[in-house]
Design a protein around this ligand. Structure first.
Ligand code: DP6
Length: 330
């Protein structure tokens, strides 16, 4: 079979219990399980075309030809897929995010999930979502959780030493909202990968985070099962603070927040005083995700517009898993 062209749409995901630290840098095996939900509003569409005509791989993101690190990561991932499918053919990759890429939203999660799915389909390998998640993980860890819709757990390592994602509940199970607050922020000094590495090496809190993580994971699983928003939100917010405590106490310190981030953290605390169920979670950037229930969505957006005036507000419900589509980007 000669590899051909294929297109996939992947949704991003928001971690409720964070992946922070790898036990294997090359295979991307994390230190701890993590739990996320797939976000309906944030997507990456990727077309991969393998052809004998190409002399090298190329990667276009949102219409811009990529070079340097972004291209290197895509080429390395294509090499892995070529190794698995025993082909040598080069590829042209076009990716389109429906959200601002530079805004520090989880573009590598939806990006690598879409790339993996489109490329594996183009080389005509029939793999299920668990197998796809294992390959995608090697490109970017958090991408392995984007193959399934709804609520997803990344199993760090099972009895067979395998690391992959599983679905805990689908997108129709428990309706919550993730209001993404995009803030103006300077370019990040260090990328997520390097920051994680530094945390393991230098933060005195790294070990204590791991000691409490099983309890947090169990609380989130139960909250999803029982559709208990308060437990889900408060556990997620605590875990976010735990991850950032580790990052902040790394040497050199990794502070991803800006004054505006802290302002929104207090804004969320004030919402709770007004009996509005809202919690925040933050990844490696200044932006926040405000978690809430559908009935509070409009009120929170209204208050955000009045009191914070962020660059952009993107509200999302739990979304579906990966999809192969027939319309290609080129
Ligand atoms: C803070 O998946 O981007 O968003 O595996 O090195 O590519 P690599 O890291 P990445 O890390 C995501 C970290 C996080 C937490 C999370 O999504 O679980």
């Amino acid at each position: 079979m000669i590899p051909t062209k294929s297109t996939a749409i992947a949704h991003s995901n928001t971690a409720l219990i964070k992946y922070w630290g790898k036990r294997d840098e090359k295979l991307i095996i994390p230190m701890n399980n993590s739990i996320s939900f797939t976000t309906d509003a944030l997507t990456t569409t990727t077309t991969v075309d393998f052809s004998e005509e190409f002399t090298e791989d190329s990667f276009l993101l949102n219409g811009l030809e990529q070079t340097g690190k972004p291209l290197k990561r895509v080429v390395e991932h294509l090499n892995l897929i070529r190794e698995i499918s025993k082909t040598k053919v080069k590829a042209k990759v076009h990716s389109q995010n429906n959200f601002p890429t530079a805004a520090g939203l989880a573009s590598s999660a939806s990006g690598f999930a879409a790339l993996t799915s489109a490329a594996i389909n183009a080389v005509d390998l029939k793999l299920d979502n668990k197998e796809l998640s294992m390959i995608s993980r090697r490109g970017s860890g958090s991408s392995c959780r984007s193959f399934f819709g709804g609520y997803v757990e990344w199993i760090a390592m099972d009895e067979m030493n395998e690391s992959y994602a599983v679905q805990l509940a689908d997108e129709n199970w428990f309706d919550i909202r993730d209001i993404v607050v995009v803030l103006k922020a300077p370019e990040r000094k260090m990328n997520t990968r390097e920051a994680m590495k530094l945390s393991i090496k230098t933060s005195p809190f790294f070990k204590s985070r791991l000691e409490t993580i099983d309890t947090s994971l169990a609380q989130i699983r139960l909250a999803i099962k029982e559709k208990d928003f308060i437990s889900l939100g408060s556990t997620a917010e605590m875990d976010c603070l735990s991850m950032h405590s580790v990052a902040i106490t790394s040497n050199p310190s990794q502070i991803f927040w800006t004054p505006d981030t802290v302002k929104v953290m207090h804004f969320v605390e004030n919402l709770r005083e007004e009996k509005i169920d809202a919690y925040y979670t933050i990844d490696t950037g200044a932006n926040l995700h405000i978690l809430t229930t559908p009935n509070f969505e409009r009120e929170i957006i209204k208050q955000l517009e009045e009191k914070i005036r962020p660059e952009k507000i993107i509200s999302s419900k739990p979304g579906p898993g990966i999809k192969i589509v027939n319309e290609h980007l080129f």
